[in-house]
Design a protein around this ligand. Structure first.
Ligand code: SAH
Ligand code: SF4
Ligand code: F3S
Length: 453
């Protein structure tokens, strides 16, 4: 038994959807009268909102639990209540209680029940909920109040694609879309609370649909909110990239010129073994179609090296795909076998040192392309949304339309949309200089920037 917690700390790992969920858990706990604290070791309740995507992410949960307990005891002589939420909670359930003696386990589709579970745990009762109700949690969550200038809004959850390496279909469940009205209402609440930009989130966000309407219709409706300046979406799957969504990049100025479209590998043999259900050629053709309507679009992706059976020739196909696409940025990972997925038991698992070496080559090439993209934007004028303070005095860091981090020194505040000229490029960011004259527009000057050429 523990006394009912008065203070809490939520720590999120993994993808942006987990960040969104973590914020909503915090709002739910705050509504019950609990107070958030930034110091995990001082909190009565620590919520670890976990990620199961790779082995390292999962193992981190257990080391974190140990560390939190140690610091709470050392610094405050206390033993906090620990709740494990997120994808590890869903995947491992009661195993976590057995292995780490945590107080609460709650899955990603059940966290609206967190206050009730915390109360049960305080009474010394078992508190585990990994249900995936058809009735979505969203209707049970409190209204949005304090939000950053760039806010997340989950519109779609789950995945039906079953890539052979991936746990998401098991941890998040089947593809479900939130209803049109619910999403539009939440977007309005975010804008009323100060959001200038909204990123629509989903494990397969472009699979969103409601009554025959697709993601592009939703984006068009949100673009009509006068106080909302910029719209983004992530993560999209190549097979759900509709013509309507492609054309939205031409027709909707508030939709930012950025596309995160994971491809994973460049070899058709590996793509088939991954069950990606697209080919190298169909992916490249998609990129071509998007660039035809929006030549300056920044293309991002996810890559896995060392999938079972990946030969040197297969990996060379991934590198040559990079040469063709020239990504503005990307995430790359070593393949991690996940329990229960088909790939985990495939023959020809690739040796760790081979994966290390391939990841290094891949990242060198991606670094080359990111630097080239950033360099190509030098001289461009664009609007930057200021998101946080930088390390230097008077420095702010914001995002360009192409999602570059832009460092600016000058007269501006967090939440401002500021016209800048990009003055210098670095491997992971650019430097912007505030311009006062006319001429910059929300989506950048297309004429000056044609990185696809
Ligand atoms: N739904 C998204 C991405 C979800 S997971 C999509 O399909 O594009 C984010 C990324 O993690 C994936 O794109 C993939 O590159 C990586 N990933 C997923 N499972 C992995 C595994 N078992 N090992 C290594 N990387 C993995
Ligand atoms: Fe995982 Fe594939 Fe679904 Fe993406 S599309 S979440 S990689 S199964
Ligand atoms: Fe991780 Fe779950 Fe997101 S496994 S990447 S937190 S959907």
């Amino acid at each position: 038994m523990k006394s009912p917690p008065k203070t809490f700390h939520v720590k999120s790992f993994g993808c942006q959807m987990n960040v969104y969920d973590g914020d909503r858990m915090a709002e739910t706990l705050a509504e019950q009268g609990m107070t958030a604290t930034d110091d995990a070791s001082a909190a009565d309740l620590v919520v670890l909102n976990t990620c199961h995507i790779r082995e390292k992410a999962t193992e981190k949960v257990y080391s974190d639990i140990g560390r939190i307990r140690k610091h709470a005891l050392r610094d405050h002589g206390s033993d906090p209540m620990i709740a494990v939420a997120g994808c590890v909670a869903q995947a491992e359930g009661a195993e976590i209680v057995r292995r780490a003696h945590v107080d609460v386990v709650v899955g990603p589709q059940a966290y609206h029940n967190l206050p009730g579970l915390v109360a049960r745990a305080a009474r010394g009762e078992s508190a585990l909920d990994t249900d995936m109700p058809v009735d979505l949690k969203f209707g049970h969550l409190p209204a949005r109040r304090r939000v950053p200038p760039s806010a997340f809004l989950t519109v779609q959850e789950g995945c039906d694609k079953f890539c052979t390496y991936c746990v998401v279909p098991y941890t998040r469940g089947a593809e479900v879309s939130r209803g049109w009205n619910q999403v539009v209402d939440e977007a309005k609440a975010l804008v009323d609370a100060g959001a200038k930009e909204i990123t629509l989130l989903g494990q397969n966000v472009n699979a969103w649909e409601d009554d025959g309407k697709g993601l592009h219709d939703l984006i068009a409706a949100l673009a009509d909110l006068p106080a909302l300046h910029r719209i983004r979406y992530t993560t999209s799957h190549p097979n759900d990239m509709t013509q309507g969504l492609i054309e939205a990049h031409r027709d909707i100025p508030k939709l930012m010129p950025f596309l995160h479209l994971p491809v994973q590998a460049g070899s058709d043999r590996i793509l088939a073994a991954m069950n990606r259900s697209h080919t190298r050629a169909s992916y490249l053709r998609l990129i071509e179609r998007v660039r035809a309507v929006r030549p300056d679009i920044a293309v991002s992706g996810d890559f896995i090296v060392g999938f079972p059976g990946e030969s040197e020739a297969d990996f060379a196909d991934t590198l040559s795909l990079l040469d063709e696409v020239r990504h503005a940025q990307a995430f790359s990972f070593k393949y991690s076998p996940r329990p229960g997925t088909p790939a985990a038991t495939m023959a020809d698992q690739v040796a760790p040192q081979v994966m290390d070496e391939r990841l290094q080559r891949l990242q060198t090439t991606l670094g080359r392309d990111q630097a080239a993209f950033n360099a190509a934007t030098v001289g461009a004028r664009c609007t930057v949304l200021m998101e946080r303070n930088g390390k230097l005095p008077g420095q702010l860091i914001g995002k360009s339309p192409w999602l570059q981090s832009v460092h600016v020194v000058g007269d501006a505040a967090i939440g401002d949309l500021v016209d800048v000229e990009i003055a210098a490029a670095w491997p992971n960011s650019v430097t912007g200089v505030i311009v006062k004259d006319e001429g910059a527009n929300e989506t950048g000057q297309r004429a000056k920037l044609d990185v696809a050429a």
